[in-house]
Design a protein around this ligand. Structure first.
Ligand SMILES: NC(=O)c1ccc[n+]([C@@H]2O[C@H](COP(=O)([O-])OP(=O)(O)OC[C@H]3O[C@@H](n4cnc5c(N)ncnc54)[C@H](O)[C@@H]3O)[C@@H](O)[C@H]2O)c1
Length: 309
């Protein structure tokens, strides 16, 4: 077993978008359990209120703010609520999300815009409002963005989602540089868990059913695929929010099941040179024996799972 250090977030104030259920609720609960006061946000007012109540019943401090993230107005409302309810803002988790999966040739503008508005614009607007407040406070802060394996690798049927999530990873890298002087760290977490968003994925469905019946997930999922419950992903958020992670910034960190992982950033893996520059013909002649010799793979590798009953 790994060693354990105490993570104490007493006196810290967090906003978690889309935290009425699923992973967001798990993050909000973990932050509250570590001592942070939490603004629970969701587009769905009912589940936002119930989630905030559940945190308070468990001994935490929480309020609900129902608004659809994606606009500057919504972002301001969330920051204002943190300040009016708890006096400050230290941690923002931009978790709210939706899916509108279609292959490229069937994807409508509405499918594309809805996903980009919630994930990419929602992350941008909320992070901007939080950065303004945190810089005014002058005591640093934590922006915890939410990426996805689909954004890291591409995924069939997820033009909109993969683009938004790849953009979020790029924003984490960019903001980690821009906000370093203010002591604000920026990371993207890359979770994998059984939630409303994933439980219908056919390959995972029988395991999610078994899990709901109280049966443990096999190692092939918990370790092999890094797939488990939303609660399995939650610990990463209080860690990144804590002083223990003061020097962790600009990273994409994977979590799920029993697995914690650091993702690489894109970088050049092969180079070739032509004196005076390349022509189409010299690229064509050199491609298969130089930079194109080992093309990069794409997509999320298909899970390798044992037969289910
Ligand atoms: N579940 C996974 O395996 C997985 C993998 C990679 C990334 N993610 C990401 O994690 C985040 C949470 O996903 P989840 O699996 O818990 O999904 P979920 O559908 O269970 O929860 C998402 C929550 O966001 C809320 N929401 C949607 N649009 C909103 C908006 N505009 N404003 C405020 N709230 C809004 C929903 O009402 C819902 O409560 C998402 O960003 C998702 O892309 C999930």
């Amino acid at each position: 077993m790994p060693h354990s250090a105490t993570v104490d977030l007493s006196g810290k104030v967090a906003v978690v978008t889309g935290s009425g259920r699923g992973l967001g609720l798990a993050y909000a609960s973990a932050l509250a359990a570590a001592g942070a006061a939490v603004v629970v946000n969701d587009i769905d007012e009912d589940i936002a209120r119930k989630a905030a109540d559940s945190l308070v019943e468990a001994g935490g401090r929480a309020v609900a703010e129902a608004v659809a993230v994606g606009t500057a107005e919504a972002a301001d409302r969330l920051v204002d609520r943190a300040v009016s309810a708890f006096g400050r803002l230290d941690v923002l988790v931009t978790n709210a999300g939706i899916l509108r999966d279609r292959v490229l040739w069937k994807m409508t503008d509405e499918d594309f815009d809805a996903v980009v508005a919630t994930h990419l614009k929602g992350t941008f607007t909320c992070a901007r409002a939080a950065a303004v407040r945190m810089r005014e406070q002058g005591e640093g802060g934590r922006l915890i963005l939410v990426g996805s394996p689909a954004g890291q690798r591409g995924n069939f049927g997820q033009t909109n989602y993969a683009a938004a999530k790849a953009g979020i990873a790029a924003m984490a890298r960019t903001w980690s540089m821009e906000l370093a002087k203010a002591g604000i760290t920026v990371n993207a977490i890359v979770p994998v868990a059984a939630t409303a968003m994933t439980e219908t994925i056919p390959v995972f469905a029988p395991y999610v059913d078994a899990m709901r019946r109280g049966e443990p997930l096999p190692d092939a999922l918990r370790k092999g695929e890094g797939f488990g419950t939303a609660e399995d992903c939650a610990a990463l958020v209080p860690f990144l929010a804590s002083d223990a992670a003061r020097d962790v910034t600009g990273q994409c960190v994977g979590i799920g099941g029993d697995r914690l992982a650091l993702w690489s950033h894109p970088q050049e893996v092969a180079t070739a040179y032509a004196e005076g520059g390349w022509t189409p013909g010299t690229i064509a002649a050199a491609w298969h024996t130089s930079v194109g010799r080992e093309p990069q793979s794409v997509g999320i590798p298909a899970p390798r799972l044992p037969e289910t009953r």
